[in-house]
Design a protein around this ligand. Structure first.
Ligand code: HEC
Length: 133
């Protein structure tokens, strides 16, 4: 009875062959609910790392220019080798600065630099430097 009515109903709209096929396939399940869980607790964007602030990073990076060069922080002085820091990934920069700060990397200047930075400062600096080409 249901199938018959269904068939009749569809007959007006779709070719008969398809309607019959649909009728044989008893009940197509109703639209499945969206798989995503109800948005009760929106996930925090980055639970572990502080949020990077590019503008703050730019300010902080001002002091790095003397040694790390100005344009893109590529080695500016051939007679004084410093690694390139602009355009490195922020993970790399965060790790390097954190290691100087913790004394795991030994270099007096960079240790002094890094020790004056908070985790937020390091995040900001890394975000800014990694955005350079
Ligand atoms: C007085 C000079 C000087 C200043 C100022 C300076 N650096 Fe450095 N930096 C160096 C030298 C030299 C090295 C290489 C040290 C080594 O061999 O471990 C270095 C290494 C680094 C490294 C590691 C790069 C790598 O590939 O291993 C990072 C990252 C870095 N500096 C970031 C900064 C940031 C950010 C600033 C500014 C807040 C800064 N530096 C300011 C001289 C300086």
């Amino acid at each position: 009875m249901f199938a018959a009515c269904f068939g009749l109903l569809l007959a007006g709209v779709i070719p008969a062959s398809q309607a019959r096929q649909d009728a044989k396939d008893p009940v197509s399940p109703p639209a499945t609910p969206a798989p995503a869980a109800p948005a009760a607790e929106p996930a925090p964007p980055a639970p572990t790392a502080p949020k990077p602030n590019l503008e703050a990073g730019k300010q902080l990076a001002y002091t790095c220019q003397g040694c790390h060069g100005v344009t893109g922080y590529k080695n500016a002085y051939p007679n004084y080798h410093v690694p390139r820091i602009g355009g490195q990934t922020s993970q790399y920069l965060v790790q390097a600065l954190t290691e100087y700060k913790a004394g795991k990397r030994k270099h007096p200047t960079m240790q002094a630099q890094a020790q004056s930075f908070s985790d937020q400062d390091i995040t900001d600096l890394a975000a800014y430097l990694s955005s350079l080409k």
